[in-house]
Design a protein around this ligand. Structure first.
Ligand code: PEP
Ligand code: MN
Length: 248
């Protein structure tokens, strides 16, 4: 067991693809995580990309949650996802970067969750528009949802950069000043796009005093059906935590 410190550690596959993949992975990482992230509905840029396993994965996640006494979080993009997840006792949701850029979608999803005992994580919108970012969060808070965490996953950039998405630490600072009460996590996987950058990004995020990490981990990243270049295998994930010097 590497993890001991106070930062929240969320990890799991970009997408769950098979039952055995999920169970094998969880066996290897459960002792190092606070929450398992698992994509089952994927908001893919191209309609030809893997869309996620869908509803079939929900009973597995329910079982995993019970077996390891570790909460599971999934991405929701439409209200039907929320309804189905709740039926399987999944109560932590995140809104992806494509969803948080759409006020209609955010409004409808947040309305479907208000007054429920859920936790909601909000990724930054795909473009670095500060007003859009804070507007999304305000929209959700206005409905009385306060059990919120923010995830910085970088912003789309049309400049040539090494990373898949550009982090913006200055904007993150501005955001923190605007919502000092909200925990902010970093998703180095979607910033990096390639696993070799994850450590350096995470180090920079820690300098910003972030409250935790969301990292994509897959038991066989080279066979993953989505985001294969950026996913760590369980050993690499453990090494990352060791290198980050847990407990810090
Ligand atoms: C994901 O978490 O797998 C994902 C698709 O993230 P984002 O919405 O940040 O692109
Ligand atoms: Mn992903």
């Amino acid at each position: 067991m590497v993890k001991k410190n106070k930062q929240i550690i969320i990890a799991g596959p970009c997408s769950i693809e098979k039952k055995e993949q999920l169970y094998n992975l969880m066996e290897k990482i459960h002792h190092n995580i606070d929450v398992l992230r698992a994509g089952i509905w994927k908001a893919r840029t191209s309609p030809n990309d893997y869309p996620g396993i869908g509803e079939i994965g929900l009973p597995w996640l329910k079982d995993i949650q019970q077996k390891y006494k570790t909460p599971v979080a999934i991405e929701v993009g439409i209200t039907k996802h929320v309804e189905l997840a709740l039926k399987h006792n999944i109560k932590i949701f995140w809104l992806g970067a494509r969803t948080t850029a759409n006020p209609f979608a955010v409004q409808e999803l947040a309305e479907s969750m208000k007054s429920l005992d859920i936790e909601l994580w909000i990724k930054n919108p795909i473009i670095s528009d500060f007003r859009l970012w804070i507007g999304t969060v305000e929209r959700i808070k206005k409905l009385g949802i306060n059990n919120i965490k923010i995830i910085h996953r970088g912003f789309y950039s049309d400049k040539k950069i090494n990373y898949r998405n550009a982090p913006n630490w200055e904007l993150l600072k501005k955001f923190k000043n605007y919502f000092p009460e909200l925990p902010i996590l970093c998703d180095p996987s979607h910033i990096a796009g390639q696993k070799k950058y994850i450590y350096e990004i995470t180090k920079k995020a820690f300098l910003q005093r972030i409250d935790g990490l969301m990292v994509e981990v897959h038991n066989e990243p080279h066979h993953a059906l989505s985001d294969k270049l950026q996913q760590l295998n369980p050993k690499e994930f453990e090494n990352l935590l060791i290198k980050l010097n847990y407990p810090a």
